[in-house]
Design a protein around this ligand. Structure first.
Ligand code: S3P
Length: 184
């Protein structure tokens, strides 16, 4: 089953956009962070502080590996750090069309300012942390993406339309190229 997988930095709107996109396309919405926190019955911040980031990253990998078995087509949103583990690239690609939601640094900063739910950005020097992380992460997101969409300054309706059209174009191309291997 080929799903739509949303990647992007924290605050790029993956959850909000993912929900709307799923609604629009009549698909299920799955949020990997949500899945982890409901299975662990703990917030991301608590998982980080009690068990450490490495443990959280292992849960992310386990979750996307399991999602490959899902039979209902879905829009899947993954946390901003998940694509930073190289071992996950294969699983993300196997899940379906990878869509990078790209927010401008200014928008991300505005959205993330004062947010205490993201342990990697909490505490002092949030702006500097954000700048450094964007520098290392953006090239990875770009490389992994089948489709890239600029989110900043776009009304939601327009954004959803752009993602749908670009995904459809990519998927048509994908099916043309893989039609001999595809069984479902
Ligand atoms: C993280 C992003 C968060 C969450 C965790 C770590 C990251 O998800 O997984 O706080 O490393 O970028 P969102 O991208 O949904 O905020």
């Amino acid at each position: 089953m080929r799903h739509i997988v949303l990647i992007g930095f924290m605050g790029s709107g993956k959850t909000k956009t993912g929900k709307r996109l799923a609604e629009e396309l009549g698909l299920t919405f799955v949020d990997v962070d949500k899945k982890i926190t409901s299975e662990m019955k703990m917030s991301v911040t608590d998982i980080f502080s009690r068990f450490g980031e490495v443990f959280f990253r292992a849960l992310e990998t386990k979750t996307i590996k399991e999602l490959r078995q899902m039979e209902k087509r879905a829009v899947i949103s993954v946390g901003g750090g998940l694509p930073m583990q190289e071992q996950n690239h294969k699983y993300l690609k196997e899940l379906g069309t990878v869509v990078y939601l790209k927010g401008s640094p200014e928008t991300l900063q505005k959205r993330l300012g004062g947010d205490q739910s993201r342990p990697l950005l909490s505490g002092a020097n949030m702006e500097e942390k954000l700048r450094q992380m964007l520098k290392t992460r953006e090239p990875v997101y770009e490389k992994l993406a089948d489709v890239t969409v600029i989110t900043s300054g776009q009304p939601m309706k327009k954004l959803i339309r752009e993602i749908s059209i670009k995904c459809e174009m990519f998927e048509n191309q994908y099916f043309m190229e893989h039609k001999d291997q595809i069984t479902d």
